[in-house]
Design a binder for this molecule. Structure first.
Ligand code: PLP
Length: 442
């Protein structure tokens, strides 16, 4: 099992002390369930292990992994920064009362509306992704009312983190960031430094996600610190901050538990490599930022479903269909991601059988777990899929006009609704029937 789970005397699964059968009965399914204490514990662990090893460090949660207003409040209380990548994420933080001077704003193609929203309401660090974005920003920053606009530059350090191609972001051939080749990044930074309207705080990289070895982080750090030194040498300006993005992988299966580095060993490598390279390239230690997403949210979240159709094709396969699927968890379809599950109302029991857990979407590929061993499952059972706290709620869609699930935090053993489940009404709320389609005489 992942996270803080237990089996109670009724043989029901409890998440953070809350019986999932009661949750399903009371709040309906599918439902995203977060252990709030574990979320906070993960945030605190990041702060602790980095602060023990490095003089100045900020932990910025990557909102793309999981964001809602209550999450922003928790992040604010725990003293984390927030990394946003769209006007919508930024707006969520703003509406929740999050301190906007602790928000980073990323994006490879920020829209004019996003520019004006962020410039109007203020930002901690604006992460410039390209020269064309810089050109726009130099114009706009002249009207920024809070002084010089604090910016980072996103650099592609040219490191392959050996993860899934769709979540590899730091190679030279990438839609994100500025390449170092032919002095491209250097010229852009020089331009920003000389314009007079930007407070160039530092550089940023993010090499990828779900990374299971620490070696690529060390390599990226060397490239980034070398670039800080080069900027210092060529411009006489030592940039004071370095943001290394996120990317630490997490186990989705019990059998993978030993395969991923701990947050502590990640911090050890990151802080050690920054110090070592700063010494080597003779630059002062920068203020460090890291942007973890998955490794804070994932094990703290599970999805609970209700089992519907159970269908056996003799000698071939037994399909267990649940009342959600790729609409609330597109990761198996997108990345061939693997998950594990439990029967929440009958956790322990002999006679396990091999089944495929599928969703209710009209796609043959809508498979949540291809092959798994479960206690015999029946219609009406509660099925719990573990490790869905990152990139599930945030990636959910209304495919097949399926309402998206709500989110509960379990706090001191009690469920607290933080995102209400969508209704069918929500699905047509934005629809417009234009005049020419209205029935005559209506
Ligand atoms: C810029 C940036 N920072 C941080 C993250 C978070 O990565 P992870 O969830 O793997 O920690 C991402 C994810 O893609 C990202 O693009």
């Amino acid at each position: 099992m992942l996270g803080n789970k237990a089996v109670n005397e009724k043989n029901h699964l409890e998440i953070a002390g809350c019986d999932v059968v009661l949750l399903a009965d009371k709040l309906g399914t599918p439902l995203y369930v977060f252990d709030e204490a574990l979320l906070r514990e993960n945030m605190r662990e990041y702060k602790k292990v980095f602060e023990e090893r490095y003089p100045e460090v900020s932990i910025a949660f990557a909102g793309k992994a999981f964001l809602c207003s209550a999450m922003c409040r928790v992040l604010g209380q725990e003293g984390l920064w927030l990394d946003t990548v769209s006007g919508g994420e930024y707006y969520t933080a703003l509406g929740s009362g999050f301190p906007m001077e602790q928000v980073l704003f990323h994006g490879n193609n920020k829209s004019p509306e996003e520019h004006s929203l962020v410039l109007k309401n203020g930002i901690g660090r604006w992460v410039i992704d390209s020269e064309s974005e810089l050109d726009l920003l130099i114009e706009e920053a002249q009207k920024y009312e809070r002084g010089k606009l604090p910016v980072f530059f996103r650099i592609t350090p040219g490191i392959d983190p050996h993860t899934h191609a769709f979540i590899t972001t730091g190679k030279v051939d990438s839609k994100f960031g500025l390449p170092l080749m032919e002095g491209i990044a250097l010229l852009v930074v020089q331009k920003a430094l000389s314009c007079g309207y930007l407070d160039v705080k530092g550089i940023h990289c993010h090499i990828g996600s779900q990374i299971d070895t620490l070696e690529p982080f060390g390599k990226a750090i060397e490239v980034m610190v070398r670039f800080l030194a080069e900027v210092g040498e060529k411009t006489r300006c030592l940039l004071p901050e370095l943001d290394l993005g996120g990317g630490l992988g997490v186990p989705y299966l019990d059998e993978d538990k030993g395969r991923f580095p701990s947050v502590e060993s990640y911090a050890e490598i990151i802080c050690g490599a920054v110090k070592e390279n700063c010494q080597k390239y003779k630059v002062p230690l920068p203020h460090l930022f890291v942007e973890p997403g998955r490794s804070i949210g994932n094990t703290a979240g599970s999805t609970i479903y209700r089992v519907g159709t159970v269908k056996e094709i003799p000698g071939i396969k037994k399909y267990v269909a649940v009342d959600g699927g790729m609409a609330d968890n597109p990761r198996p379809v997108l990345y061939d991601a693997k998950y594990q599950s439990l029967v929440g109302n009958r956790v322990l029991g002999g006679g396990k059988e091999k089944v495929s857990i599928v969703g209710k979407c009209c796609e043959t590929g809508d498979v949540i777990i291809g092959d798994t061993e479960l206690v015999p499952v029946m219609r009406g059972d509660v099925l719990v899929v573990e490790g869905t706290g990152a990139y599930n709620h945030s990636m959910a869609s209304n495919y097949n006009m399926i309402p998206r699930p709500g989110v509960v935090f379990i706090r001191e053993g009690k469920p607290v609704l933080v995102v209400r489940p969508e209704s069918w009404y929500d699905l047509t709320r934005r629809d417009i029937i234009p005049d020419y389609l209205q029935e005559e005489g209506e």
